[in-house]
Design a protein around this ligand. Sequence first.
Ligand SMILES: Cc1ncc(C[n+]2csc(CCOP(=O)(O)OP(=O)(O)O)c2C)c(N)n1
Ligand code: SF4
Length: 284
Amino acid sequence: MAREIYSKYPLIKYLRKEALPTALCPGCGGGTVLNAFANAVDQLKIDPRDIVVVGGIGCSAWIASPYFLADTLHTTHGRAIAFATGVKVGLPDKKVVVISGDGDLASIGGNHLIHAARRNVDIKVILVNNFIYGMTGGQVAPTTPFGAKTTTTPYRNIENSLNISETVAAAGASYVARWTTAHVYQLIESIKKALTIKGFSLVEVISQCPVQFGRRNQMKEPAEMLRWFLKNSVPVSKAKNMSEEELRDKFVIGEFVNRERPEFVTELNKLVDEVQEHFGLKGE
Ligand SMILES: Cc1ncc(C[n+]2csc(CCOP(=O)(O)OP(=O)(O)O)c2C)c(N)n1
Ligand code: SF4
């Protein structure tokens, strides 16, 4: 039986089977993100023992823990990037990956996100943006589109939403890309790049939460949300020539930046070496 499952679903070796079936609602985009991450690790032939996966709190944080079978850290809400930075400083040879939600990483954890990008810490962040706080019942998030309905904006959201990829690119990350769960192959390729590039890497994934977001916004079927993503996605190259008005309600997808910059952990270790050398402390 076990052999049959392994041959039918070879990527199951990356999952903690005792945690299955997942607690994600049927049709949740979190499953696609987990699948894309497992595919990227598999295609790059990375040994999961060389990866540490960190999540915060929220439905999307479950992708990191308990579902991915590696060393995982299930951390406090909003603090996944701070924990991941500590792991990377202590274990610089590991690939340190953060997988969590927009509320966790860009709302309560927003300062950590911006400053880890500014420092260009070599961690890889897969940010699942479903426009809402899914786990706690569908409250408004900083990513909720203008005009959308949530439990805390029952009439409509009157706040402008945060553009996470542009913010992180402006803050100084080495790599930033955005895709939706309807762009699975591109998403896998971007996760592979993020895992390979040295420096802070963000892959933002626009993802469907049919239960908390879709249901309140006339898209209760997951497929309707995927059609919404496809219909409104604009490649970043095309978006450059479009006005703000034309880009309203659109999802700009693709690579925002891919560049070399000084990386925090490398610079930190260089500095420690220099200081030890200066004070004659080498080898002590
Ligand atoms: C300090 C603290 N504040 C609030 C909460 C409640 N809380 C748990 S998950 C969450 C939001 C999760 O939203 P998001 O990261 O977008 O994840 P999703 O569930 O949508 O995937 C909140 C506010 C908490 N656990 N800890
Ligand atoms: S509430 Fe939304 S984000 Fe959470 S598991 Fe269900 S569909 Fe996914």
